[in-house]
Write a protein that binds this ligand. Structure first.
Ligand SMILES: [Zn+2]
Length: 468
């Protein structure tokens, strides 16, 4: 007999009482359940994974009995509970409710389950109403959940400047917030601000987080709710003006926003040249194998250098490789290595082209099948004998590997490598020619924190340029 237990706790219950779930499971097992399916989810949610799994098992007639502790474990709505019980009854599954033993098949049992499920839904409705009222009350009191950077909550849970001292800088958080606003106004981009406050104060802000923070009405001294637009939620924002000390004025916010939209313009014009340099996308960090990006030095000379994207990133992508390596140095090294290795590349190309064979196993299988059918006839009919001979011959030719190298493509590739092995060829190219020429030979170039440059080459002859 297959006896299943079903346990459910809401995330709220689980948070309040750590052992709630364990206790339920222990009771179900003690009552004889050989397997217990568990959901940690609200009973109002019908998308519960294990619950639906249980219904599926019932419909496949794989369950004889289900044990639950209370009827509200099945769900928090009358409809859900009744649907479940209907399925159980239909498939002759015995439902055992430990806290209130009833028989759903008897009129009295049906009545009690009705009452219990009604009560479960009533509780659930009451709870969500309480939450709604609670939230309204909370907002009327101008209470706040998570204060933005620079602010804290007073004893009434209202916003107030955070005058606690930030240990690394000796300044108060409110002062630091003012500094960040000034930086946002004066620095070139939000990214620069994020980088700066991380290195200077160890304060972590993401670019999006910083943008959001600046727009938060709390910084202008207002206590606002629902001011962030959420997808699919259409709620009017509630704003209580001038409830606490402001960090910035509305005019400053406007100035910052104007600056950000200018940055956006600047960014979009820059994207066209951002990845447009020799070896773009091919340079990798030897430490974290992350990409490396090009930057220009702030110096008049505007030297291009390459650095790991993950350098100093907070969190799990953090990379130690702080080395800035000059792009031109990397290109020169790569070309030098390529010139040096050209003879090996040609050698490699030769061996690859002579061992390249193609055998179409699919066709062979097909013919082998036909052959065995014909042979199975054991016929002496000359037509069939001839057919067998023909198929045998075809299989033979198919199984003999053929050289499939396109001689022209091969010679062409050899010529390309020969040309690429001459330093003078590379000197004659401009940046965009350099980029496409390098892309033909270079698979990747790794750069490590001591500036060691290791290129990996590929052959300029791909399978697509070969044909049988
Ligand atoms: Zn790295």
């Amino acid at each position: 007999m297959k006896v299943y237990g079903y346990a459910r706790v809401s995330t709220q219950e689980q948070a309040e009482e750590f052992d709630a779930l364990n206790q339920q499971v222990a009771r179900l097992k003690a009552a004889g359940a050989t397997e217990v399916l568990i959901d940690i989810e609200s009973g109002r949610n019908d998308e519960r994974k294990q619950y639906n799994e249980l219904l599926k098992l019932v419909q496949q007639n794989q369950v004889d009995e289900i044990i639950i502790t209370r009827v509200d474990r099945l769900g928090r709505s009358v409809i859900t509970i009744h649907k479940a019980i209907d399925v159980f009854v239909k498939h002759n599954v015995n439902l055992r409710i430990l806290d209130a033993p009833v028989d759903p098949n008897s009129p009295f049992g049906w009545f009690s389950i009705n009452q219990m499920s009604g009560l479960a839904e009533f509780e659930s409705r009451l709870l969500s109403q309480r939450i709604r009222h609670g939230n309204n009350y909370f907002r009327q009191q101008l209470k706040y959940c998570v204060p933005p950077f620079g602010y804290a909550k007073d004893e009434n849970q209202r916003l107030t400047p955070n005058n606690n001292i930030h240990p690394q800088s000796g300044k108060s958080y409110f002062e630091l917030a003012k500094i960040i606003i000034d930086l946002t106004l004066s620095m070139r981009s939000l990214k620069d601000v994020c980088d700066y406050i991380y290195t200077e104060y160890e304060i972590v802000f993401s670019i999006a987080g910083l943008r959001d923070w600046v727009k938060n009405p709390a910084l202008q001294g207002h206590t606002a709710y629902f001011f962030r637009k959420k997808k699919g939620v259409n709620r009017e924002p509630i704003i209580n003006f001038n409830t606490h000390e402001a960090l910035i004025t509305a005019a400053t916010v406007e100035a910052i926003q104007r600056k950000l939209s200018e940055n956006k313009k600047y960014r979009s014009s820059a994207t066209s040249t951002r990845g447009d340099y020799p070896l773009a996308g091919l340079i990798k960090c030897a430490h974290c194998s992350g990409s490396m990006y090009r930057n220009f030095s702030r110096h008049k000379t505007k030297v291009e250098y390459i650095r790991c994207v993950n350098y100093n990133k907070p969190g799990k992508y953090h990379c130690e490789n702080s080395k800035c390596t000059r792009l031109r140095e990397i290109i020169a090294q790569t070309i030098a290595t390529l010139c040096e290795n050209a003879p090996h590349l040609i050698e490699h190309l030769e061996t690859q082209s002579t061992t390249m064979q193609v055998v179409n196993t699919k066709d062979i299988d097909k013919f082998t099948n036909e052959l065995s059918v014909l042979r199975g006839l054991r016929s002496s009919n000359p037509d069939i004998m001839e057919a067998i001979a023909k198929i045998e011959a075809t299989i033979n030719t198919l199984s003999t590997p053929t050289r499939i190298v396109d001689r022209d493509a091969f010679e062409n590739a050899k010529r390309k490598i020969a040309i690429a092995s001459q330093a003078t060829f590379w000197e004659s190219l401009d940046d965009s020619e350099l980029r496409s020429a390098l892309a033909e030979f270079v698979e990747k170039v790794e750069v490590d924190s001591s500036g060691i440059i290791t290129p990996t080459f590929k052959l300029p002859l791909t399978l697509s340029s070969m044909r049988p």
